[in-house]
Design a protein around this ligand. Structure first.
Ligand code: DGL
Length: 283
């Protein structure tokens, strides 16, 4: 499989999808963009996020010339996927909370979702349930702390298991939560914590990580492009919109995903505020 993808998220979360892509299509060229200057996306107003993504992706697409873009972030997908598809000519693949998958597996007909509070409160989620799980009770928890813990775990640093247990209690402790038998991962960051989530939750829960499915969808989209395969013009890079915390550890871990080092690039909104970056995407 030839071609070039741009995968992006607010931080390291989307690397779970990059990992799945690397396994499924090792020859694919992938650039990764982490908009960490405004992490977490889950706390941004919807219109702020849509405007920021439009400007940032316009520059990134002009510079990196991907064949398709993967919004490797549920929060950004639920609010901005349609707007980005309308704005740009190239294909966009997004992440959808795996409600349909959970409904297909659940015997108790009570399914769970862990996601950011933004994803949990959006009407998009209720629409998904109405379409794909109308006979299920959906119990969702907006887990503000988990993405931060995932950023730490990704760097191989010790994590606060009690804090994870508290977030799990926010899900299983809700009325009816004891009946949950399938939980969807509705934030790409949480993939990093999957083993710990499983270990700290009641036995017999199916934990559903959509990373492989998103990767398969991206590959199918590239397959369908007449012009695919132009791709390996420039080295693959991991771009961050601000100097990331614990940078050395991050760089160590990025090597496993095929990236050598990080490049700091100013997002248009931040460049206008005079934020220092190694470079700007040129137009
Ligand atoms: N990785 C993002 C997601 O999938 C969430 C983290 C954030 O709030 O920025 O929703």
């Amino acid at each position: 499989m030839q071609g070039r993808l741009l995968a992006f998220d607010s931080g390291i979360g989307g690397l779970s999808i990059v990992g799945a892509l690397r396994r499924a299509a090792p020859d694919l060229a992938i650039d990764y963009l982490a908009d960490n200057a405004v992490y977490p996306y889950g706390e941004l107003a919807d219109d702020t996020l849509v405007a920021r993504l439009g400007a940032l992706l316009e520059d990134a697409i002009a510079e990196l010339r991907p064949d398709a873009v993967v919004i490797a972030c549920n929060t950004a997908s639920t609010v901005a996927l349609e707007a980005m598809r309308a704005r740009f000519a190239l294909p966009f693949v997004g992440c959808v909370p795996p409600i349909k998958w959970a409904a297909s597996l659940s015997r108790s007909r009570t399914i769970g979702l862990l996601a950011t509070s933004a994803t949990v409160r959006r009407p998009y989620l209720r629409d998904l349930q109405a379409r794909f799980a109308p006979d299920c009770r959906l119990i969702a928890h907006g887990a503000r702390g988990l993405a931060d813990i995932a950023e730490i775990a990704f760097r191989g640093r010790p994590i606060d298991r009690d804090a994870i247990a508290r977030e799990l209690d926010g899900l299983f402790g809700q009325p009816g939560g004891a009946a949950i038998d399938a939980v969807g991962i509705g934030c790409t960051h949480y993939s990093v914590l999957l083993e710990t989530l499983r270990a700290l939750s009641p036995p017999g829960i199916a934990w559903l990580d959509p990373a492989d499915a998103v990767a398969r969808q991206a590959i199918a989209v590239l397959d369908g492009l007449a012009s695919g395969g132009a791709a390996t013009r420039t080295p693959e890079r991991a771009w961050f919109t601000a100097d990331p915390p614990d940078r050395e550890r991050l760089v160590d871990r990025l090597a496993a995903f095929g990236f050598q080092g990080v490049e700091i690039v100013a997002a248009p909104a931040d460049a206008a505020r005079g934020v220092i970056a190694d470079r700007h995407f040129s137009r």
